[in-house]
Design a protein around this ligand. Structure first.
Ligand SMILES: NC(=O)c1ccc[n+]([C@@H]2O[C@H](COP(=O)([O-])OP(=O)(O)OC[C@H]3O[C@@H](n4cnc5c(N)ncnc54)[C@H](OP(=O)(O)O)[C@@H]3O)[C@@H](O)[C@H]2O)c1
Length: 328
């Protein structure tokens, strides 16, 4: 039987990965790794071990769920041990030798790996799940997107900021620059000289790589909102060709991993409360831009659980395809 290690197993994404492994029917020996602080903790009957240079001996696959600096420290140890890593950090996403994969969109890229496969940014996965059919049908040139990102997107510290502030609005924030309870914060990541944040760049840089669309332009505003879980996004795209919304609806209704929730007459549209704790990305509010008479500009709203499809379940889907190919 193969051995899978989860690096960062005590975090928001790592814990979810363990659940996704059994949900997706992956039978393996499991090792849970985290910092020395967590060594000895019990999760689902497994004992957490401290991640050390020896941790990856005898491990076939690693699911990475640590921040970039921690990941960059242990990645050479995993490579040295011959493991194939599916990593959730952004450390290797734009590396030329590292595929960046959403299995419903570019599964063929998985097998071009050089020992590491990166899982894309959570908002990027959710946006592209909503957009890739539109891109296939009408070729997207430009995207304007505003994200509404849940506190759990910042890991366990993000969740505990909101928990503490709901009890005591004077509690000092730790994960965010400002109080998030009863507030929204239009900053995720650091700003560059042009006033664009690192999180905002990810959708263009990663979107181009996943869609194999080097000309794609994305103008993104990322906003943290006081929602526990599931990111939502308001997206407007300009396409090469006029968009037939009925054709698009038909395509989305049959798209793997997508649920079309687009019935404004009955107040049906995507909301994060409905997408939490499941893997589908909901897409709705489909409409033409009335200011564009050519019919090439379309707006939509989407939502998806960023710890699941935006991170853990996407990574486990990739791992499952790797294991299936290795077992053939
Ligand atoms: N949260 C999301 O929605 C989301 C979505 C997509 C991608 N991501 C990415 O996924 C990664 C994990 O995010 P998260 O939200 O799960 O973070 P998190 O809740 O803060 O968890 C971080 C994990 O890293 C471990 N860790 C910290 N220092 C370590 C060390 N020195 N050695 C070994 N392990 C160490 C922690 O272990 P201890 O508990 O022992 O400290 C914990 O298991 C990040 O790169 C993040 O950007 C997150």
């Amino acid at each position: 039987m193969k051995t899978i290690a989860i690096a960062g197993a005590t975090g928001a994404v790592g814990k979810q990965m363990l659940e996704c492994l059994s949900e997706q029917g992956i039978n393996a020996n499991i090792r849970l790794l985290a910092s020395a602080r967590s060594a000895g903790k019990q999760i689902e009957g497994y004992t957490v071990e401290e991640l050390t240079p020896e941790s990856f001996k005898g491990v076939d696959y690693v699911l990475g769920a640590c921040e970039n600096d921690v990941t960059e420290r242990w990645m050479p140890w995993a490579q040295e041990a011959g493991c194939v890593v599916v990593d959730n950090s952004s450390a290797y996403r734009l590396d030329e030798k590292t595929p960046l994969v959403v299995p419903e969109i570019n599964p063929e890229d998985i097998f071009k790996h050089n020992g590491i496969i990166s899982n894309p940014n959570c908002s990027t996965i959710i946006a592209l799940m909503a957009l890739h059919d539109l891109h296939d049908l009408y070729h997207i040139n430009d995207v304007i997107c505003t994200t509404f990102q849940a506190v759990s997107g910042a890991g366990v510290k993000g969740i505990s900021d909101l928990e503490r502030e709901l009890k005591d609005p004077d509690a000092k924030p730790e994960a965010f620059a400002y109080q998030i309870a009863f507030n929204v914060i239009p900053q995720i990541g650091g700003f560059d000289a042009n006033g664009i944040t690192s999180e905002e760049w990810k959708m263009q840089n990663e979107g181009r790589k996943i869609l194999h669309a080097p000309e794609l332009n994305v103008n993104c505003t990322c906003v943290r909102v006081p929602v526990w879980r599931s990111h939502s996004e308001s997206i407007t795209v300009r396409c090469e060709k006029p968009v037939d919304l009925d054709v698009l609806r038909e395509k989305l209704a049959n798209s793997e991993g997508v649920k079309l929730t687009d019935d404004p007459a009955h107040n049906i549209y995507p909301m994060p409360i409905d997408t939490t704790n499941q893997d589908l990305v909901y897409v709705g509010r489909l409409r033409h831009d009335p200011a564009d008479p050519t019919g090439r500009t379309v707006s939509l709203f989407c939502a998806g659980d960023q710890i699941r499809k935006g991170a853990a379940s996407n990574a486990v889907q990739i791992l499952k395809k790797l294991i299936e190919a290795d077992e053939k």
